[in-house]
Design a protein around this ligand. Structure first.
Ligand SMILES: [Fe+2]
Length: 177
């Protein structure tokens, strides 16, 4: 068996692509991944942090209690202020889905005892539950060295075949003439 190196993407149910794209860009700073016309038509994909969010459009979202994904936030106070400014509510218990547990008694966010991890929960427009976490002590290797996630100014992305999107766009433009 080959070693697994990362979770590449999560796939969420959505009802409206534009609504989802707009919300994830505005609230979480996600980036639309341009795969060229054919692939874009097949699925909306977004980059968020070092991972990707892929989407499945469905007329009826199946709500599964407590199922969620979690994303790491660089600056906790900045993120909470941002959520306040864009009017997205957050809750330590995910609206009562989870028992409050330890880590203080603030109903809006908590801090876990083992890592000092800050956490709270939000919902996207389709009700997908998202946990926001922030580890103030950072990330360490097996040798206990502090390490950083791979990122650059605009963050990392999986390499596309050079020119693929440009050629796909040009072929579509030519076909529509
Ligand atoms: Fe979680």
């Amino acid at each position: 068996m080959s070693k697994i190196t990362a979770i590449h993407h999560i796939n969420i149910q959505i009802s409206d692509r534009q609504q989802t794209r707009e919300w994830y860009e505005r609230v979480l700073g996600a980036e639309f991944l341009d795969r060229g016309p054919a692939l874009n038509k097949r699925q909306l994909q977004l980059r968020i942090g070092t991972g990707e969010i892929h989407t499945s459009e469905t007329e009826k979202i199946i709500d599964v209690p407590r199922v969620h994904f979690a994303i790491e936030v660089e600056n906790w106070d900045e993120m909470l202020a941002h959520l306040d400014s864009v009017g997205v509510s957050y809750s330590r218990s995910a609206g009562g889905s989870f028992a409050p547990g330890g880590g203080g008694d603030d109903p809006y966010h908590g801090q876990r005892e083992d890592t000092g991890e800050h956490y709270t929960y939000i919902n996207d427009p389709d009700g997908n539950l998202i946990e926001l976490v922030c580890h103030p002590l950072g990330l360490e290797s097996s040798q206990s060295d502090q390490i950083a996630l791979a990122q650059d100014e605009k963050n990392v992305r999986w390499t596309q075949i050079p020119g693929f999107v440009e050629e796909a766009n040009a072929a579509t433009a030519k076909a529509s003439v």
